[in-house]
Design a protein around this ligand. Structure first.
Ligand SMILES: Nc1nc2c(ncn2[C@@H]2O[C@H](COP(=O)(O)OP(=O)(O)OP(=O)(O)O)[C@@H](O)[C@H]2O)c(=O)[nH]1
Ligand SMILES: [Mg+2]
Length: 360
């Protein structure tokens, strides 16, 4: 399963966000690991809710992502390599930047300035990567002199591209690399290359200003950055919300002039940032969202469900979510010729409902 790390400077609201995520959307299966602060979080999906209403299955299973609450010190220590292994193993990062004013919560830098904090954290990630690159290059340059080796020369070339970028304080996630180059550096798990979702932790007075994240992204020059997202929540308000039942939660949201919890949006934003999409399987026993990378084939999608289904793959029966909902049943969709038969190489699209015909 994909794992996203919640990072940021000390006392910015990381643990608050982690608790909101796991309380409101936790599937519970991660409970045994709470002491390491890893939580399994359901990805909210209105389409799955509607499929559930249509099929009335015994069970509904959401797509999930794991979030990990990291201590504030992890960023400060990244450069030294201490604790950085836990960071390196993550698939993406959520950076909680403090935007709330609160005299009772001390700020490390003495003032609230999320833009400054974001750049400072990025700088730590960049410097951490630079340490790794320089160390490897030193070794590699010696080895390349001793013996001719195309693989090593390629690595040398790509690492020099990375080094030049890092020295200009460019995050590696924004460096264009082709598939081969990407493969060469994959093993280094560079921190500044991980997809990044910045989360502004807003003050209570800003909670109804839904456009704030967008505005901030533009002002702080984050908008055009690749593999980068910006989202906003109010930790304090969402923490209260997470304690409430559905009806009370709706009333509470309305009192702030809101329709939905910002957390749902945040989870979906991190899912998209990872380049993930969902396809659905439906039936009377179970309606379920499955996670695949965008661009996956039907054969790969089958493997997500079970290796037996992948091995015995015959055909995928595919219908668009919208078509199925409009038809009202699989039988009607079939009558309308909206149920397509696709082969192994078919690229599954987000929101498609798939049934795999397989042998064995
Ligand atoms: N006013 C206000 N206080 C908040 C908000 N979010 C978090 N806090 C407070 O800020 C303090 C730090 O919150 P945490 O969630 O523990 O922050 P953290 O980033 O996990 O802190 P470390 O793990 O120590 O780095 C706590 O006292 C929270 O109650 C918010 O949105 N508004
Ligand atoms: Mg914490």
């Amino acid at each position: 399963m994909l794992r996203i790390g919640i990072v940021g400077l000390p006392q910015t609201g990381k643990t608050t966000l982690f608790q909101i995520l796991t309380r409101a959307h936790g599937s519970g299966t991660g409970s045994g690991r709470q002491e390491t602060h890893v939580g399994v979080v359901r990805v909210p999906d209105a389409r799955l809710d509607r499929l559930t209403e249509l099929f009335k299955p015994q069970k509904t299973v959401h797509a999930t992502i794991e979030y990990m609450d990291m201590p504030g010190s992890v960023i400060e220590l990244a450069r030294t390599g201490v604790q950085s292994q836990a960071l390196r193993e993550l698939d993406a990062l959520v950076h909680v930047a403090r935007a709330f004013q609160d005299e009772s919560v001390p700020h490390e830098a003495g003032s609230v300035d999320p833009r400054r904090d974001i750049e400072n954290v990025e700088l730590e990630l960049i410097l951490s990567d630079l340490v790794v690159v320089e160390k490897r290059l030193e070794r590699l340059e010696k080895d390349v002199k001793k013996q001719k080796n195309p693989a090593m020369e390629k690595e040398l070339q790509v690492l020099n591209i990375c080094k030049a970028a890092l020295e200009k304080q460019t995050r590696l996630r924004e460096v264009e690399l082709n598939a081969e180059e990407t493969k060469v550096i994959r093993g280094f798990t560079f921190l500044s290359r991980k997809p990044m979702l910045y989360v502004l932790n807003l003050g209570e007075t800003d909670v109804a200003r839904a456009n704030l994240a967008e505005q901030f992204a533009v002002e702080a020059g984050l908008k055009q950055r690749q593999r980068t997202g910006v989202s906003a929540i109010c930790g304090k308000v969402e923490a209260e919300l997470a304690q409430l039942g559905d009806a009370d939660a709706a009333e509470f949201l309305a009192s702030y002039g809101l329709k939905e919890s910002a957390v749902s949006r945040l989870i979906r934003a991190s899912y998209q940032l990872l380049g993930l999409i969902s396809f659905f399987t439906v039936g009377e026993d179970e309606c379920r969202a499955w996670t695949i990378r965008a661009g996956s084939t039907a054969l790969e999608a089958a493997g997500e469900i079970h290796s037996d289904i992948q091995r015995g793959f015959i055909r995928a029966e595919v219908v668009k979510y919208e078509d199925l909902m409009a038809a009202g049943s699989l039988a009607e969709a079939r009558t309308r010729a909206q149920l397509r038969l696709e082969g192994k190489e078919y690229i599954v699209a987000d929101g498609e409902v798939v049934h795999f015909r397989h042998s064995g």
